[in-house]
Design a protein around this ligand. Sequence first.
Ligand SMILES: Nc1ncnc2c1ncn2[C@@H]1O[C@H](COP(=O)(O)OP(=O)(O)OP(=O)(O)O)[C@@H](O)[C@H]1O
Ligand SMILES: [Mg+2]
Length: 246
Amino acid sequence: MSLFEAKDISKFFGKKKVLDEINFSLVENEIVCVLGPSGAGKSTLLRCLAGLENFDFGCLYLDGKKILDAQEKIKNNLKELHDMIGFVFQDFNLFPHFDVYKNICDAAIKIKKFDKRKVYEQADLLLNKFGLTEKKNFYVHELSGGQKQRVAIARSLILNPEIIFFDEPTSALDNELKKEIVMILKDILREKKIKSMLIVTHEIEFAREIADKIIFMDAGKIIEEGADIINNPKSERMRLFLKKIN
Ligand SMILES: Nc1ncnc2c1ncn2[C@@H]1O[C@H](COP(=O)(O)OP(=O)(O)OP(=O)(O)O)[C@@H](O)[C@H]1O
Ligand SMILES: [Mg+2]
């Protein structure tokens, strides 16, 4: 059964239809990557699926249970959705006036009301794992792109989500750091800390390396999806997209 499912999601910005009857599901132990040209609607889709933005038509299901229906205005369990899905934003959204440690721990303690001692214990483990122990008291402007990325991932993991959504997790990183992030993401999944991941990326090689399934979007629509669409695209649009990127 799907962990998470979206049916017929459509969204308008004014008259422009930015998401057009999107159907989507995530199963356990799966990494799904979303590819597509700029403006295709990838970030909007991620935000809608995570319950961070309204959409006009369609429904979301968690563990087979309907939790959001745009037309019937059902919004039962947004908290359940927010607890289940962690979100790592493209620009990281870290707080500039907090140090690394406070960025990682603050929401877990203040918003989620997790036990302080356990949060600190887990934060220390994550800092160690991500090679950030020495940066614990650094401020965001004192970190490199890759370090910021790891802090953002740690902050998301400490909230114990079942699923993590990433918007462009490697966009600010050089090739070596990209490989490091691939390893970190694979580790997280292998250790069963979280059940699945949905990743928007511009990086074909990154997607090829990490994804179990790839979704190709253009103009608000899913054009094609599958495990091997980078090597064997079926649609002319995907072929054109790959050609342009290469
Ligand atoms: N708040 C908004 N108000 C109006 N239009 C918006 C808003 N946010 C996004 N859009 C439009 O929705 C469309 C999809 O945008 P979105 O950011 O989802 O694209 P994307 O696929 O993530 O692109 P990129 O690869 O450049 O990040 C674009 O045409 C964009 O201009
Ligand atoms: Mg985007």
